[in-house]
Structure formats: C-alpha cells, structure tokens
Design a binder for this molecule. Structure first.
Ligand SMILES: *Cc1c(COP(=O)(O)O)cnc(C)c1O
Length: 945
C-alpha cells in the first residue's frame, strides 16, 4: 500500500477552490489563450509596476479558514451577543419573518443573487414583487406613487426634504422639523441639509408652526415618543405659507390610523422593517417614500411601472429612468443607485401573506399590548406621559436606569430616554408574559388583562387598503410558496446563468457566507440595545473594518454607508470638512466624463461644483485636460474623483501622477473603489495616492445584489481624514443606524476569513484572466474598445457595437434581448460608453460557462451578419424580435426566420438536459409606460387583452 496517501495529503481543498470557478486545467487554457504562462505573469503584465505592492504588505488577516472553521469562529462571535426582547422602538420593531418567506426569499439564491432589473424581460418576478411593495406603501400611506424602496427611514426623510424643496414654489431655504422626530432621522437630516444650504428648524410644534417663511416641514406620525396627534392643522398651516409637508409614518400603525395622504401630506416616508425584516442590528431594511401624483417625476430612486410588451401584453419595467443619476449626473435629483430590493421584497411578501386583515390584526394586538401596559402602569401610579399612542408608551420614573436594568435582567430591552424617562415599545413579538416581566421591573404585581384602545377617536382609518387580489390570493403557505416560485422562475439570477455585468461584479455569494445572516444572534439585535449586548457583532465589525483598511491601504474605515453612493457622499463630506478645518474654501470636484453617474450626483449633494475632465482615445483620463482644469481651479480645487481601474476596465499607468498633480494643487483624491475586484491583493488605492475610497461590499466582497440591494459602501480614509468619518463628531451620520447594515456584514467577513490574502489575490487575478480571455475570444467578432499599456484589459472589457450598429442597424438593445433567448443575462449596456456592452465575467465562472457566453456572442454576431447581408430585414429578424416567448411561437408565424432559430439558437445536444429559459414577456415598450404612468398593481382585467 505504498501509494496510500498520507493523512496530511487528505486535507480538504481550500474554500478558494470553491469560490474560484475555473479548474486548474481550465485556467491553464485561459492563460494560454491570453498568452501568459501563469497568474503571476499575468499580474506582471497587466498591472503598472508603479502601483503594485499587494503581495508583501503585512496584514492582520489570518490564513484562510475552511467553511467549517469559519462558521465555528463566527458562531463564537455570535455567542458573545445577547439577544433580548426588543422594546426599544425608535423606528426598529420586533417582527416575525414568516419561515416561508425566510426560506423561499431571504435564503433563496433565486432571489438574492438576482441583479437590478435593468433587463426587465428576464426580471418580471422581482418587478412584480416590487410592484406589490409600491402598492402596499401607496395604499397604507394614502398617496398614490411610491418607489421601489429607499435605503432607510432617515435617508428617506432627507430625500423627502430635498424633493419638497425641488417640487415646491417657496423660495425659502428653511425646513421645519418636528422635535418629536426619531433622533437618527434628525442626525441624517442635519448632515444632508448643511452642504445644500438648507436651514433646519427643529421645533416643538404643539404651539403651532414657528414664525417665518419655510419651504417645507417634516412631521412624525406617531412621534418618536410614541404619541399620536392629528397632523392636519399643521399640514394646512404649512400649505398656507406656501410650503409642502412630508410625514414620517409607521406603516403598521396606518392600518388603524387615517393615512397622512388623506390628511393632506405631500409625501410620506418611513421604514418597512417591521414587515418581517429582521432587525439585524440596524439593517439592511427597506425605507419607503410615497408622494402625490404631481411629484412622481421628482421621486428619487427606482420606480417600477406597468407598460406593455411587443405583443401588447402587460409587462413591468423600471419607469422614468431618465430622472435617475446615471442619466442626469450632476443634475440628478438624488445619488441613489443600489437600494434595498431584497428587503423590499420581504416586506411585500409579508403584506401579501398577511393581507389587510392579518396586518390589521397584528396592529390591533400590538396596540392592545401597549394599551394594557399603559393602563397597568397608570393604575399603579406610574406617570404615563401620553394618553394617545400606537405602540410606544412613554413614562416618567424616579430612576429610569434601575427599571431599565431590571427589565434587561428579565430579558427585555427598553429605551432609556433620560435618567427619568423610559420608552416602552410593543410589537408583533410582545406577549402578556413580556408585559408581566415589565410590570415586575416596575415593581408592580396587580396587572390588567385587557383594556380600551388609546388611539385618537377622530383618526380611525376608514379607507380600505390592500384590496388588490395579490394581497388575498396567497394566504395559505402553499399558495405563497407557489407564488414565490412562479416569480423566481420568471427571472434569470446567478443560480441559472452567469451575469457578466461590467462594473457590478456578479460573483459567487457562497452559502457558508450567507447562512450566518439569519442566525438569531445577528438577526435579532436592536441597533440601540445596550452596548454590551452586541459585543460579538462589534468585534466582527472592528475586524472587518481593519481588514478592509489593510487591503486598501487606508488608515480607517467606516461601514456606516448603506450603498456605494452613500460611501461617496460620506467620503466627499470628509474632504469638505477637512478643507474647512484648515480654513480653506475649496468646492470644485473634478470628475472624468466616463465616471459613474453617482459620482457627480454625490458631489452636488456634498455641496461641491462639478467640473468634467475629458478622457482620451484610449479611455484614460486626459492628462492635458486634467492639468488644464487643475490650473483653472487651483485655488478652489477640493477633489478629483477617479475610478481605478477606470470605468473602461483599464489599469491606467499614470494614476500616481494624476494623484500627485491634484495633491500639488491642494486637492484631495477620491478613488471610487467599485472596481476593487481588479485590485485586491495586488495594489492599494490608499498607497498609490488616494485619500478616500468607498468600497462596494456588494460587488467585490460577496454581499449578493438581491435584485438591486442591499448594498454596503464602506468609506475608507487616510489618517488625516479619520476624524471626518461619518458619525465621529465632525461630520454627521449618513445612515440611520450607527453601523449601517450590519445584518449582512458576516458575508464579507466570512469571505475574507475563508480566502485569506493569497486567496483574494488569486480571485483578483482569475477575474482579470477571465476578462482577458473573453476579450481575446471575442476580439475578432466585436472590437474591444479599450486596452491598457500591455494590450490587455483589467477585470472587465468593453465590446464596441457602434460600428456594427451603423452597418447593420442591429443595436446593443437587440443583442442584449437576444441573449435572453440564449438563456443568458446581458452585460452592462451603454455604460460607460453609449452603444457598447461591458462584460465582467468575474473569477467565479468556470470555463464552460464563460465559453457558453462567448459562443452565444459569436452566434449573435453571425446572426447580425445575416442582417447585414440582407438576408433578414432590419425590422424583422431574430435579434429585433427578441426575446421570444413560448406563446409567440405557437401563434401564427410570419417571420423570415424559423421558430426553431428563434427559440433554440444554440444547438441542443441530444440527451443533455435542456437549459432553455423561456422569457415570460417579449420586448417591453418603456416609453409607453412612461407616458401612461402606472406604478401600483393594475386591475386584473388589464391582463385579459
Ligand atoms: C456600482 C458603482 C457605484 C455605486 O454604488 P451603489 O452601491 O450602487 O450606490 C459607484 N461607482 C461605480 C464605478 C460603480 O460601479
């Protein structure tokens, strides 16, 4: 038995072998095609030597752990958290995620690995769920138009503030805010108001509106203290002075209370967390914003609308796209890109599962618990502050700390408002046993078992809501499970195909990384629970922030920003505060024309003036133009924002020079880190000249895209900017929760822990190899637009279709839709260059899948050639007709190409399981939907055409 392997040889392969797609022989073939012998040689060839330093930089990142070891370590961290019954309130409530929704949505890759629905024909499932979300918000808030989620309640309030300013006619810069607003909302409003020159007036509104002019106001319903007052008189008063009103409202309370829309509000904002979304120590949760019809075109973020497809059938897609930052850039109304789609889907499913009666029952019970609590306390002589409330009881006591500590000993966390005041918030989770424990904490034995309600009599809701059949047809678990399966089957997510989206890094979201997010120790933590209760999560966050700082070459990291866009804002605010701290007046932000739209939008939100820098023929920042712009704005230059590698997918050789030129003029360098998947383990932006970067943990570090969110966009800064990180005293908060969305931070932690630095470096180089392989294979079929000094690309490549379009009439849109017939997801379309496709295969795809994509693109090129040759008319060919539904094939067929070619463009190997995915709708007419805006579930008869 001499060939018997030794025990040491029988170790499991490292996790990196699972994360990385190509097997060694496949990688060898890919490298061979590119013309290099190894990944190291590729690194030498691709990366400018001036920035390379990754391999030998010391870090505290431990050697790679196996999945089992990582999970054990994370379990140990989780065990250091103390989960209590959350009765703190403040915008975060206990809730039950129905197991059917947890398993079939939150833990289901068909939902969590989907991309933002920019290709609507293969995204009808999540679009339908989001339409239900919009309908739910519109119905409950009493305003007709709601978007498909904002990042959290506090940023939603900030978006409402700027919306009211844009939409209204008042010239004033004053915005009045109810003093009884959630503290974190006030914090974010302050951060966002200051750079825009908005004067916030925080006032106790019991005595009416403060004197003077204003452009708008934010009221709370119920207030942070729990009390419910009729906002109508204040709304009228603001309107009389020419201002507009937003109301922050609790959607569960609105099942019982007259909705703000019926009381005259122009906008309603809040969170949908308590609709089944785990607390997660503060997020991710979907915020909401609804508005009057007149303001639909002012709405920030994504809006799902109903339109029709080429056969005239109803179909969904994102509406009014031209108002978004990727089109409007510095004229954008907001910088929101990635939002909270997965969590919005969860909240919508919760409403679909419970329906109007179920939600009303939950609201009534929640309220009754609060009413019993108040009555019992009052009967025993405790001073209950408000007579009318929904779920939160505010009390005055001699020693709030002692009562809070006693309650905590009994397993309940309450809100310690001050030394003499407590807030006690009930929720779906509250039981009579919890009330009993609270009474014990107050030293009370005799308790009531039932009592009258304590809602204002004149605010009883009378209007119906959730009357659409969607909210009554899926109320058994079987029905809901099948609805969810039907929706998921309409979509193409990573569980069925590669999603080669340039700039978006659709890589593996490993199961071991995902599992911990629903562990109760992480999922059920309230963000304002006593510090000691979150010891494990805090330790995890500290480690993650340190690891990210080390990988990027910066001194400090904050995970607070809820998306890349929010990281940009935080980073630019840090730069602005830095200049101010030195007594310098600098407000010009240079941004290359190829930048992501969020860059310019964020700069404007940070109070900066955007000056565009040209890019040269190779896609690099035009150094001559940069120098000219620096010279022209020398005294006012605040920052340069560049993306590295560039949005063109190229490692620019001059990046050090570019950074130095900006520094020399007194500016700071912001390196957009969305493309970090081409750098991790090879080079560090903080070391080659960046002062600030944001990272997209939902791109490079494995947080799934969720169909358009959640995201986490940590901001990383050099030492001199550390004091200006959000929420550290100088610059205010950019998100509602102190750590943003900690509920999903186990994912990047686990990824780094299981990869180790060598594994991360291998992932980066494999991603670069894959992109170069695609470029090499497709170069003779489609021109590859940009290349670096070595003739190669970085981690993505741009296929230029402009010439082909000119010669054939076939557009990028045709190619993208035709890919759906091939069962593939389109690459990024027309960004950063109109008329092109940007392909990013990532390291997770194996060679067979990459080859499937390459073959499809070659097949499509051959189809284009037949159009070019005149065999098929431009208006009637398999590309223009794409995508093809099964229904359109069985109809009468009078096209110059066969049904077979339409549906099965690639030969099907006999005996091999058919990978055909049938798109549920044909090409969607976006303009029709924009002209006839419908943003909530349409009546069923709309579908019987
Ligand atoms: C994705 C991306 C952003 C924005 O990140 P979000 O998380 O979507 O807000 C910014 N810049 C670049 C280059 C990106 O690719």
């Amino acid at each position: 038995m001499s060939d018997r392997p030794t025990l040491a040889e029988l170790v499991d392969p490292p996790f990196a072998d699972r994360h990385v797609g190509p097997r060694p022989a496949e990688l060898a073939r890919m490298l061979d095609a590119i013309g290099v012998g190894s990944l190291d040689e590729l690194a030498d060839r691709a990366l400018p030597p001036s920035i390379r330093d990754g391999a030998d930089v010391p870090t505290t990142i431990p050697a790679a752990a196996s999945e089992t070891e990582m999970l054990a370590e994370l379990r140990a961290l989780a065990a250091r958290n103390t989960v209590t019954v959350p009765m703190i309130g403040l915008g975060y409530s206990g809730t039950v995620t129905p197991p059917v929704i947890r398993r079939h949505v939150l833990e289901n890759p068909a939902w969590y690995t989907a991309y933002t629905p920019y290709q609507p024909e293969i995204s009808q499932g999540r679009l339908e769920a989001l339409l239900a979300f919009q309908t739910m918000v519109a119905d409950l808030s009493g305003l007709p138009v709601a978007g498909a989620s904002l990042l959290d309640e506090a940023t939603a309030a900030a978006e409402a503030m700027t919306l009211l300013r844009r939409a209204g006619r008042a010239k004033s810069a004053r915005f009045v805010v109810d003093a009884d607003t959630l503290p974190q909302t006030l914090d974010v409003l302050r951060t966002r108001a200051e750079p825009l020159g908005i004067e916030l007036v925080v006032a106790d509104l019991d005595a009416g509106l403060p004197e003077g002019e204003l452009f708008g106001a934010l009221l709370s319903y119920p207030g942070a203290s729990g009390r419910v007052v009729d906002p109508s008189a204040l709304i009228d008063a603001v309107h009389e002075r020419g201002g507009l009103v937003a109301v922050a409202a609790d959607l569960l309370a609105l099942t019982l209370l007259t909705p703000p829309g019926e009381l005259g509000a122009d906008a309603v904002v809040g969170t949908t967390q308590r609709f089944g979304v785990p607390l997660g120590f503060g997020g991710p949760h979907a915020g909401y914003l609804s508005v009057k019809q007149t303001y639909a075109r002012q709405l920030p973020g994504r809006l799902v609308g109903v339109s029709r497809d080429a056969d005239g059938n109803p179909a969904l897609r994102l509406a009014l796209q031209t108002r978004e930052q990727h089109i409007r850039r510095e004229k954008a109304t907001s910088n929101i890109c990635t939002a909270q789609v997965l969590l919005a889907v969860v909240a919508a499913c919760y409403a679909v599962y419970h329906g109007a009666e179920g939600l009303t029952r939950i609201a009534r019970r929640t309220h009754r618990m609060a009413a019993i609590l108040a009555a019992g306390l009052r009967a025993s002589g405790v001073d209950v502050v408000h007579g009318e409330f929904f779920d939160t009881v505010r009390v005055r006591v001699a020693d709030a700390g002692a009562v809070a500590d006693k309650a905590h000993d009994l397993g309940i966390s309450v809100h310690r408002v001050s030394d003499t005041e407590l807030g006690l918030a009930c929720s779906e989770l509250t039981t009579t046993a919890h009330l009993q424990a609270l009474f014990t904490a107050f030293g009370i034995d005799a308790v009531p078992t039932d009592t009258d309600d304590a809602l204002p009599a004149d605010l009883h809701r009378t209007s119906e809501f959730l009357t659409h059949p969607t909210f009554s047809e899926h109320r058994s678990e079987t029905a809901l499970m099948r609805w969810l399966r039907r929706l998921a089957d309409a979509d193409l997510a990573l569980d069925r195909t590669m999603i080669p989206l340039g700039s978006c890094t659709m890589k593996l979201n490993a199961t071991a990384e995902m599992e911990p997010i629903t562990w109760p120790e992480f999922a059920d933590l309230h963000p304002f629970a006593p510090t000691a209760d979150s010891a494990g999560t805090r330790e995890m966050i500290t480690q993650l922030e340190r690891w990210l700082a080390e990988l990027t070459g910066y001194a400090a990291v904050s995970v607070q920003p809820n998306a890349g866009s929010q990281g940009e804002l935080a980073g630019l605010l840090a730069i602005a505060a830095y200049h101010r701290s030195r007594g310098e007046q600098r407000d010009v932000c240079l941004i290359p024309s190829s930048a992501h739209g969020t860059n310019a939008a964020s700069a404007v939100m940070a109070g900066m003036r955007v000056v565009v820098v040209a890019t040269d023929a190779l896609g690099n920042v035009d150094l001559a133009d940069l120098r000219a712009k620096i010279a022209a704005h020398r005294d006012t230059l605040a920052a340069l924002m560049i993306t590295y590698p560039s949005t063109h997918g190229v490692y620019e050789t001059d990046v050090r020079e570019v950074c130095a030129a900006v520094h020399e003029a007194g500016g700071q360098v912001y390196v957009d880190g969305a493309n970090l998947n081409a750098l991790v383990g090879l080079a560090r932006p903080g070391a080659f000249g960046g002062d600030v970067s944001h990272l997209n943990l939902h791109k490079t570090f494995c947080i799934p895209h969720g169909g358009g969110g959640p995201g986490v966009g940590p901001v990383a800064v050099a030492e001199h900017l550390a004091e200006f990180l959000p929420g550290r005293g100088v610059v205010g908060a950019v998100s509602a929760a102190p750590f943003g969305s900690p509920g999903v931070l186990p994912i990047p932690w686990a990824y780094i822990r299981m990869m180790g630095v060598p594994g991360l470096r291998r992932a980066t180089l494999t991603a670069v190899a894959a992109a170069n392989y695609v470029a090499v294979r497709l170069r003779e079929h489609y021109p590859v637009l940009y290349a670096g000094a070595d003739g190669g690309v970085a981690h993505e490549c741009i296929l230029d279709l402009r010439g082909i379009t000119k010669e054939s009439g076939v557009t990028v849109d045709d190619v993208a839709k035709r890919l759906a017939d091939y069962g593939l997801h389109a690459p990024t379309m027309s960004f950063p260059v109109a008329g092109t496709l940007m392909v990013e295969p990532t390291e997770s795809e194996d060679l067979a899948e990459i080859a499937r994509f390459v073959d499809a693109m070659i097949g499509i090129r051959a189809e284009i050639a037949r159009v070019q040759a005149g065999e098929w008319p431009v208006e009637d060919n398999p590309l223009r007709g794409a995508p093809h539904t099964a229904a359109c094939l069985v109809d009468k067929w009078d096209h110059p190409y066969s049904r077979d070619l339409a549906a099965y463009p690639m030969a099907v190997t006999p005996g091999v399981h058919d990978r055909k995915v049938w798109p549920p709708v044909r090409r969607i007419d976006g303009a029709h939907g924009d002209r006839n805006l419908v943003c909530s579930c349409p009546p069923i008869d709309a579908y019987s055409s």
